[in-house]
Design a protein around this ligand. Structure first.
Ligand code: DLZ
Length: 164
């Protein structure tokens, strides 16, 4: 997958079915046009691989900074969740907000994953401008939501396989 540029091109041969999984998506309202397209991509990919709609939970948070907390709320309140996909879009602006938010969300997502020992996927675009975000949310570079969904299924299946 990593050798390819298009975020929607992944090798699904051998990807386990998601029909027995329960997966949550938490997405940021900031840059809503982009994040809703990312959610759409993730949802399509999850359902395409067998996830039942009743086993898909979707909630929103105000901005990407709140994604780790949203993921943690979901994991606390749903013991049977197999994975959480965090979706956001942080666009470089004129202030240092971009760096603080990007670093905080990346570290926060990893911390929640390690704390709960479950896949918490970083489906967050961090781009220089809006055009780059559009290109990666269903444009010429594919949809990062697809990539995030693929990652969630693959990691959830690995955890199920290895867990004793
Ligand atoms: C404040 C802010 C800014 C400037 N830019 C973005 C952005 O590009 N993408 C995003 O998801 N959120 C942004 N936010 C909001 C923060 O993530 C957060 O919601 C607020 O700082 C409140 O904690």
């Amino acid at each position: 997958m990593s050798k390819k540029k298009n975020l929607s091109d992944y090798d699904d041969a051998g990807l386990p079915a998601a029909d027995k999984m329960k997966i949550a998506i938490v997405y940021a309202d900031w840059n809503e046009e982009v994040t809703s397209a990312l959610v759409g991509g993730a949802k399509n990919t999850l359902l395409k691989h067998g996830l039942k709609e009743k086993n898909l939970i979707i909630h929103s948070v105000p901005g990407s900074y709140e994604l780790p907390m949203g993921a943690q709320y979901l994991l606390i309140n749903n013991f049977d969740l197999d994975a959480v996909i965090c979706i956001g879009c942080v666009i470089q602006g004129e202030t240092r907000h971009f760096d603080f938010i990007s670093d905080a969300v990346a570290n926060g997502v990893m911390n929640v994953a390690l704390k709960y020992e479950k896949p918490v996927v970083f489906g967050v675009l961090t781009t220089n401008d809006y055009a780059q975000a559009k290109e990666r949310s269903g444009g010429k570079h594919g949809n990062k939501g697809d990539e995030a969904a693929f990652t969630a299924i693959k990691m959830a299946a690995l955890r199920k396989k290895l867990w004793k």
